[in-house]
Design a protein around this ligand. Sequence first.
Ligand code: ATP
Ligand code: MG
Length: 466
Amino acid sequence: MIKGFTRFLQSPGEHLKSLFGPQDAPAGGPVLRIIPRDEHPVSRQLFSDAALKVLYRLHNAGFEAFLVGGCIRDALLGHMPKDFDVATDATPDEVRDLFRNSRIIGRRFRIVHVRFGREIIEVTTFRGKPNDDHGNHIAQQSDDGMLLRDNVWGNIEEDALRRDFTINALYYNIADFSIHDFADGVRDIDARTLRLIGDPATRYREDPVRMLRAIRFAAKLDFSLAPATEEPLEELSPLLLQVPAARLFDEVLKLFMGGHGVKTFHLLREYGLFAMLFPEADEAFDELPWAEGLIEQALASTDKRVQEERPVTPAFLFAALLWGPVQLRQRAHQQDDMPPVPALQAASQQVVSRQLQHVSIPKRFSLPMRDIWDLQQRLPSRRGKRVFQTRDHPRFRAAYDFLLLREAAGEIEPGLGDWWTAFQQADEHEQRRLLGKVDADPAGTPAPRKRRRRRRRKPRNPADDT
Ligand code: ATP
Ligand code: MG
């Protein structure tokens, strides 16, 4: 039986009538509620052709086939589902054999990806309990209770109870279009509550990423956390330090690039989770009054772009997340008499290498991120050729946006951003005028020293003359 599983009696929702009254509930356990097609609003029109194809082919081959997880949750909430997860009693090999366009991926969870053009349908086999009835570990677990591998097949009910939240354990059956609700997920959808299935502390220990998922769904769906789901978060937050950095990178992208970044950031801070992902950034908040605002501004503009379906890049966001610590370290190096440029480079290097121990950042994002930082050093010099070199840098646009962000967050005085805005819009004549203005402006960039130290020339080899 699942410890700490609280059940309330549900009064039938407006659009959903429960088939079982409370008197039918077996004592203590969750009740399966099957909601027939005419009593729920989820229509097949909400599902992609690819998802339906996978469901029907499994069904026609004699297997059970359900849509599960986010797509059913979102459909019940009136949102258009985006990605589709299928659960079945067919093993990964059996699924593989049914679909030529499929492959088995994952070690910790073996799942099958079935590909249709750009769309991928994820097919998982029903999983059983990680422990058998005698508490023996069948799945592999670390000393802290973290699940290392979890490929024990089970039936649909077991599968439901090892999912994370009640609202994610709703299954749509392609055989009769009914919805199977194993953990009172429909009640929680109606009450807009996010509730872990089972004993929350145990479930967080099994997989600390569930703490991040709790925050992500709370922010995205605008749900409140059930008290027992919320309660262990702060205490257990350090468990995130044990999660592989690569997995956390994927999760961080979902947290911050899903269109609800600002709210997610505030919740992560509230429960001490942000400090486990970005420890140095978190420490910088105490010392730099603008550092938190800079991240909020970056997330707000990301949220806006996501809503407008414009592209967003993780490089820009990571640049903002880590700029505070980069500045602190650069300052410290300059106090030790290092010139600004090498000081920034050393600082960037140190911040990145410490960050990678927590959340990995693939090179394709960390290199442009560092370009954005480097350009911050170059944007103030507005003389002669350098201006054009800076403007033509492939990362100029991102660096300019970043400069505006720094001004808006109050890190630096406004002014430089306006100058670059004007310069970009100007014709050649106007550009010359703007450059002249910098020359005449005593507060502008200091003129480069006239006399460069001459390199000693190599003595000429008289033999060269012949
Ligand atoms: P979305 O796709 O909108 O982010 P989702 O709920 O579909 O939300 P996925 O990551 O696609 O999230 O996972 C699909 C389903 O797999 C979830 O709904 C949940 O039932 C289950 N699941 C995913 N991650 C976990 C986890 N860490 N622990 C337990 N169950 C999980
Ligand atoms: Mg999903």
